[in-house]
Structure formats: structure tokens, C-alpha cells
Ligand binder design. Structure first.
Ligand SMILES: Cc1ncc(COP(=O)(O)O)c(C=O)c1O
Length: 420
């Protein structure tokens, strides 16, 4: 029998099977009726559409995907004893480090799966959006492994500030455009209104979706937000459960993950929430979002579009409004107006908490972490580190804290400069 927690998971874990109340469905943007599988066929392969709508508890990971995962997975679970000493905390701190993937973050966990299912259906090209570039680089990597190419629209503020990720995408044989671009109707309309815009993930999604819908042989891939993306990331939490048991920890008291669209947080946190619901554990899972884009802590829980142009299905989620353009913070991957429907539902059901972290506190914590543990966290990941550091300073004896370190920051070093 499959259980939640394994050093080498054979299945992804689907929290949709264990939610006390069912997940509200995505709606068709024109009819406002629940989405049907056919509605998504222009964008995604059938297997991913099935996963998007599935309430099966465990979904088998295809062997070729597991073979690629095995190149760097299980990712390390590391006791942050030097951070513990630096903080003088009574708590034990662990971090689950996804920065060891070839792309430098957790994003390949879903990129590999999505590229493989698309390749199986004969798709030769994928389009996508990216913020900081971690997702674009991950999908470019995955496409190169399965004989495809990928066309990426990167949010303008990050495209200009972070050229190395673009080079990374190009090394893997993909192309990267600054978004909004003149290449799409959505991009041209946004530029006509605001030529100086910094761009946003919502804008870049509109561009990538438009191109995929217009071409038969092109599909679209999303790096976060959707149910199948949350599903693929659950290898993180399942490994962490088994690794903690090896370290003598039955359950962490609190789990911190940064949240942009919600995928690394869900990947780490959902298996723990699943155990809370089915095995009687009581780990608290906390979404750590940027104060400049406080989707859960300040947004509304309602149906909204995933993009600016209103081309995507309507998703029930915490949202700041599809036209919200977040300030150009360094954690480009956290600049999203919405939050994954599964994460939003978990918060709404009281299964998960959320905090907002100001950018200066995030980088201050990132520096403490780098100077004690050696690993330089991605700007996104520093939000989880900051919330964990604050918690650790007041933690009681014997508490166990788990941090999701979603990526490394070695290609984001200019972001640290202002905080040195
Ligand atoms: C390292 C890293 N962490 C976190 C995120 C945020 O995305 P998500 O909330 O889907 O994990 C990103 C997005 O690009 C990222 O690159």
C-alpha cells in the first residue's frame, strides 16, 4: 500500500483526496460553468488535464520521470545546527534544499513531468512565462532532455535585472523574450497603455497562452498555481517526512515555505497536511509571502483570472486582482497577484497559515543563513528563512522547525548587493 513519506516516492500525493470540503472547480471564463477536460485541450496534454481534475490520493510517477529525478533526488534535508547556534535558539532547525537541482530550484520537479507528458503526445514546442527565470530555466532544461524547445516570456523587470537566467535558457536551446513584448496581441495592448511597465507574471502568462492557443503543435506549461503542478512538487514533502524520521523526528512542529503561486510550499507542506488529516499528526504549515505582494494576508478569496488579459479559466483563489502590478521586488518569483487554488483552499479550510515578510527582513535573514550555513538562498526562499528565524528566536525547548529552501541565489547575487 502507498503511504505518505518515502525517500524515493513512486507516487505523487494528491491533497485533493483528503480535503474535508471538496476543492471549488475552475470555471470557464465565458460560460462560468465548471471547466471540462475538453476546454483545456488546446493548452495541455491529456494526462496533465486528468491530473488537474483528479481526486485520486496517489498518482504513479512515470519511470522516465523518476529516472531524471534520481539524478539529484532525494534532495538533501540538512540540520541547520550552525544557524541554530547563530540565533541562540532552543529549537532544532532543518532545511529541505531544492537548490541542488541542475536549474537551481524546485521547479524541475514539475518541469520534467510536464515536458515528458507533452513529448509523449508529440508536442515539439512549449510556451511559458517566467518571473525571476527559475521556471523558464527549468522548463528549458526539461525540454532539452525530451527533445523539445521552449519559448519563454520573462517579466521585464527580471529580464533586465537577471540576464544569467536568460543565458541559462539559451544554453538549454530555448528562447526568451522580455514581457510585455511586441510579439503578441496581449503584449502590444499592454505596451500601448503603459510603455514603461515593469511587467508582471499575469502579463507574461497572457502572452504565452496566446501563442500556444494560436498554434496546433504548441502547448503551454505553467510553473505554479495549477493542481497538477502542486501534485508534482509533493516529492519534496514526502522525502522530507522520511528523512526526518531517519533523523529521529516523528513530525516537525512548524513548516515554513515561501509562496508565490504556491508550488514549493504545497510540495513541501501538503504531505504534512495530508498526514495531519489522515494520521493524526499536528504539523503547522505556514505560507511566507512578500509584504509587497500579500496575496493571502491582504487579498480576497474569490474567483479571478490567472492572467491580465482574462484568457485563463477563472480560479477560486486568494487574489489581489488580476490587474494588480506588484512592485519590482527582487523575489521576482513571488510577484503574482493570485495563489494556487489548492493552497487557497487549504488556508480557507484552516489547514495552513500565512505571514507577510518585508523585503529587508527577508534579505537580512538570507545573510544570516548564508553566513552560518554557507548556502546562499534564492531571494524567494529568504522569505521562508525570515519567518523561520523570527519563530526560532521565541521557540521553546524541543521544537522542530522545517524550512523549505526552494532554490539557491547564486544567479541572483546583485539582489543582495543593497543589503551587504
Ligand atoms: C526559488 C524559487 N522559490 C519560490 C518561487 C515561487 O514559486 P512557487 O510559489 O510556485 O514555489 C520561485 C518562482 O519562480 C522560485 O524561483
Amino acid at each position: 500500500m502507498t503511504t505518505i513519506g518515502s525517500l524515493s516516492p513512486t507516487h505523487w500525493y494528491n491533497l485533493a483526496a483528503d480535503f474535508p470540503e471538496p476543492l471549488p472547480p475552475a470555471l470557464h471564463p465565458a460560460t462560468r460553468e465548471p471547466l471540462r477536460a475538453e476546454d483545456l485541450e488546446a493548452l495541455f496534454p491529456r494526462a496533465l488535464i486528468d491530473q488537474e481534475m483528479s481526486t485520486e490520493r496517489f498518482i504513479a510517477i512515470p519511470e522516465p520521470v523518476r529516472e531524471v529525478y534520481a539524478k539529484w533526488r532525494p534532495s538533501p534535508l540538512i540540520r541547520a545546527d550552525r544557524l541554530e547556534r547563530a540565533l541562540g535558539t532552543k529549537a532544532r532547525i532543518f532545511y529541505k534544499y531544492e537548490g541542488v537541482s541542475p536549474a537551481g530550484s524546485h521547479k524541475p520537479n514539475t518541469a520534467i513531468a510536464q515536458a515528458w507528458y507533452n513529448a509523449q503526445e508529440g508536442t515539439t514546442r512549449l510556451t511559458t512565462e517566467t518571473g525571476a527565470g527559475q521556471w523558464g530555466a527549468s522548463l528549458a532544461l526539461a525540454c532539452s532532455l525530451f527533445g523539445m524547445t521552449c519559448e519563454v516570456w520573462q517579466v521585464r523587470s527580471s529580464y533586465e535585472a537577471k540576464p544569467y537566467r536568460r543565458y541559462q535558457m539559451e544554453v538549454y536551446g530555448s528562447t526568451c523574450h522580455s514581457s510585455p513584448s511586441e510579439l503578441t496581441e496581449a503584449g502590444r495592448a499592454i505596451l500601448a497603455k503603459d510603455p514603461q511597465t515593469t511587467g508582471s507574471l499575469g502579463m507574461a502568462i497572457s502572452e504565452a497562452v496566446e501563442v500556444a492557443v494560436a498554434h496546433q503543435d504548441v502547448h503551454y506549461a505553467l510553473g505554479s498555481v495549477l493542481n497538477h503542478v502542486m501534485l508534482h512538487q509533493t516529492v519534496i514533502g514526502q522525502e522530507a517526512i522520511a528523512q526526518l524520521v531517519q533523523a529521529g523526528v516523528e513530525q516537525p512542529d512548524v513548516v515554513f515555505g515561501c509562496a508565490g503561486g504556491g508550488s514549493n510550499l504545497a510540495g513541501l507542506g501538503f504531505p504534512f497536511i495530508g498526514r495531519n488529516l489522515t494520521e493524526g499528526t499536528s504539523s503547522r504549515v505556514v505560507a511566507c509571502e512578500p509584504a509587497a505582494c500579500p496575496t493571502i494576508t491582504q487579498g480576497e478569496y474569490r474567483y479571478d483570472y490567472g492572467d491580465v488579459a482574462g484568457m485563463t479559466p477563472l480560479l477560486k483563489m486568494y487574489t489581489l486582482g488580476a490587474d494588480f502590478v506588484p512592485p519590482a521586488i527582487h523575489a521576482g518569483g513571488l510577484r503574482y497577484h493570485g495563489m494556487a487554488p489548492m493552497v487557497s483552499h487549504a488556508v480557507d479550510q484552516g489547514l495552513m497559515d500565512a505571514v507577510a515578510v518585508p523585503q529587508d527582513e527577508a534579505f537580512a535573514a538570507g545573510l544570516i543563513f548564508a553566513r552560518s550555513e554557507g548556502v546562499i538562498p534564492a531571494p524567494e526562499s529568504t522569505h521562508a528563512v525570515a519567518a523561520a528565524v523570527e519563530h526560532a528566536r521565541q521557540a521553546g525547548q524541543g521544537e522542530t522547525i522545517l524550512i523549505g529552501l526552494s532554490g539557491n541565489g547564486v544567479l541572483d547575487l546583485p539582489a543582495y548587493e543593497a543589503y551587504l
